[in-house]
Design a protein. Sequence first.
Lengths: 172, 281
Amino acid sequence: MMDFFKNWLKRETSSATAKERLRLVLLSDHLSLAPDVVENLRRDLIAVISRYVEVDEAHCDVSFEQQDSAVAMLANIPILKMKTPPPGGGAPRTQASPPAAPPTGMDGAAPAMTVAEPAVTVPALIHAVETAAEAPVGAGLPAPKKRRRRRRPANPNPAGGAQPGFASPAVG
Amino acid sequence: MLQHDVSGAPADSVVMPGARGLAIVVTSGKGGVGKTTTTANVGAALALRGARVALVDADVGLRNLDIVMGLESRVRHHVLDVLEERVTLDDALVRDKRLENLSLLAAAQTRDKDDVDTKKMIALVEQLRDRFDYVLIDCPAGIETGFRNAIAGAQEAIVVCTPEMSAVRDADRVVGLLGSMRARLIINRLRPSLVRRGKMLSVDDVDAILRLPLLGVIADEPGVIVTTNRGEPIALDQTNRTGATYRAIAARLSGDESVPVEIPQEPTMLGRLGALFGGRA
């Protein structure tokens, strides 16, 4: 019985479902991207960033948004802590981009993202939200707690969330 | 792009879009969202304001604008008769029975969309622009030949969209195909009670996706159906809310941007009661 009410309260309205489905279908219409390409992109993006910083993978959010005539990629990737460079002093597995200066690093990744028609530009607006600089040793532990706290403010969002990428930048 | 300077003209005067008329195509991509009804009502509302208006049914093979306007018995010739020079434009134009400054050019019913010569269609719209302040072109559904011919002569577009996923997606596609043409949006058949209960996309939802300037929002109400049955555009009904909405759209089209866009609300307690027993979506 309680489960029924819980489900009823949690249930998304059909208009919210329609909105989200439309957003995704128009995104792939515009980019001529298959939905699984978006998922692969998300995975690769997180993998690359993880080389430099420890990210909260469960709360990474990569989405696309129509901005006038262009499509923008919005990535909200909470950083748990910076990775300390290995004692050798060298940057972690650098191939093309320098380890510091994330913006240029992202530009470097951009050409790979414009798989679509040449008319569509995909400016990568990467918003790395740095959570409190915690002690490096115990950093892994408080994560589950935070997860629960973040879920809640995110829930009422579908109703009026115009900016999917910026739902919960995890304060505290 | 042509500039139609109408600023500075008082709202209730006859607003001329310029030295020559403005050709506006009414389009949607998806069928059945209300292009023809919109064309008829926006045209009638513009004519009510005193403008000279020509309605062109570009849906060759599926003529319907004449029925919605209640002029089906007066149609003698059609757009292809003019394009193929069998009759003159004057012979083919049907004058509205209520407003003498409103005319209709019907589509051919027994012909095919491929029969229309695009260049001649553009020339016809140009000719109409010399004689009318507004030329409203009722575009067929789809994005093929008929669509291309209908938009060819137009300077602006009205995109009609219902709050449904398929309509929004098609409208989005059409906006892409319109390219740099100025396009504005009419959201048709909104059901406020469904929106309130989260069962229908809202005006904001559609707006956020299509990102077109909003001309107006038409509620899904019986009045439109009833007046269409009678062949009388609801825009001419001075007592009806939806008619007022069409007249507000006409004002906005004539350059009076001060007229606010009203979002239909559930009007009465009765409506709320109906919503209570309305079942689920």
